[in-house]
Design a protein around this ligand. Structure first.
Ligand code: TXA
Ligand code: MG
Length: 318
């Protein structure tokens, strides 16, 4: 069936100003970032933010990342923090989100933070999204543009697959460069990685000059997105599988088995960055080919491979 992509637009002067008027009118748009595509709304507006929750079917308790054009802008809403300053200087704009103390007088919609004392903030690097942020007087509440618990979108077509024509506009700027959501780091007291991403724990530890840990115990986890089944293709997934399966698709790294039609390599040259970029698109493709089960080979637990393993583990949760 031919899809009606009537709400997909390539970025141009005209479509960027249309995006801005929709945001100003408290409507939602999907826009690209270097990690994944986001579903964006005015973070100061209760109306816009509650639309995000209902469209995504997102549990109300799961707070949303607020996106800013500059560090100065974010200080309207969060307390200055030395760890934030150091990490910002090294990695921003870029694929990292900071959990910081929220200011009492912040105007961010309470729906976005659910009255937590903290706020998650991010400074995206994507040129189009930076341009949009510069032209509006409010930050953007922006979760990944997918129905809650499903796979994040890494292209405009993926966003369309999630929401069809329920959003007025999807800005199509091609595939997301990184393909996995940002690293989430809690910099409030004991610094902790709440969600691994392309910026790794080693790089973060190095900048801060101290050992940083990953939040592990489910009871103590502060990032609700870490708790549940997430990033799910909607069919069973088996990870760390090392033989050719007969009853499903097989995601591998490298060249082994690729002559078989049910085998999909994330990177022929076993490059982990390329694998991360291809992960979600491959999972979606396999699902759309109507496979009933996905097996995944062992992915090395190093560099961005740590984030890939994190997403695979959650996607395979029953
Ligand atoms: O790369 C990304 O971060 C993308 C792009 C669009 O920016 N956004 C994204 O948002 O992945 P979302 O909503 O899909 O994931 C945000 C994660 C969730 O796990 C959420 O629970 C966590 O950040 N989070 C948000 N606010 C938090 C807070 N105050 N404390 C702890 N975790 C928080
Ligand atoms: Mg998400």
């Amino acid at each position: 069936m031919k899809k009606n992509y009537s709400n997909l637009f390539k970025p141009s002067k005209k479509t960027i100003s249309k995006t801005i008027s929709l945001l100003k009118a408290k409507k939602l748009v999907a826009i690209p970032t270097e990690t994944v595509y986001g579903l964006a709304g005015n973070a100061y507006s209760d109306i816009a933010v509650s639309k995000i929750y209902s469209l995504k079917k997102r549990p109300k308790k799961n707070p949303i990342i607020i996106h800013y054009k500059s560090l100065i802008d974010s200080f309207k809403d969060v307390e200055i923090n030395q760890n934030l300053l150091k990490l910002f200087k090294k990695f921003c704009p870029g694929p990292i989100t900071f959990v910081v103390k929220r200011k009492k007088n912040s105007k961010i919609s309470r729906y976005a933070h659910n009255n937590l004392e903290t706020l998650a903030i991010r400074f995206p690097a994507n040129k189009i999204t930076k341009k949009i942020l510069k032209k509006i007087e409010f930050p953007l509440a922006m979760p990944s543009a997918n129905i809650s618990t499903q796979i994040s979108p890494v292209s405009a077509e993926d966003v369309y697959e999630e929401f069809k024509n329920k959003i007025d506009l999807i800005l199509d700027s091609g595939r997301s460069n990184i393909g996995l959501e940002s690293t989430v780091v809690d910099v409030t007291n004991n610094i902790k990685i709440l969600r691994p991403g392309s910026i790794g724990i080693k790089e973060i530890s190095k900048v801060l000059g101290k050992k940083v840990y990953t939040a592990k115990s489910p009871n103590k986890i502060k990032s609700p997105g870490m708790l549940k089944k997430h990033y799910s293709p909607g069919i069973p997934m088996v990870i760390n599988h090392n033989s050719l399966p007969v009853d499903g698709a097989y995601i591998v790294l490298g060249k082994k088995f690729i002559k078989n039609s049910n085998v999909f390599s994330l990177s022929i040259s076993s490059n982990l960055r390329e694998a991360a970029k291809n992960l979600y698109i491959t999972m979606r493709k396999i699902k759309n080919l109507n496979y009933k089960k996905i097996y995944v080979a062992k992915i090395p637990y190093k560099g961005i491979g740590i984030a890939i393993n994190d997403r695979l583990k959650r996607a395979s949760k029953k």
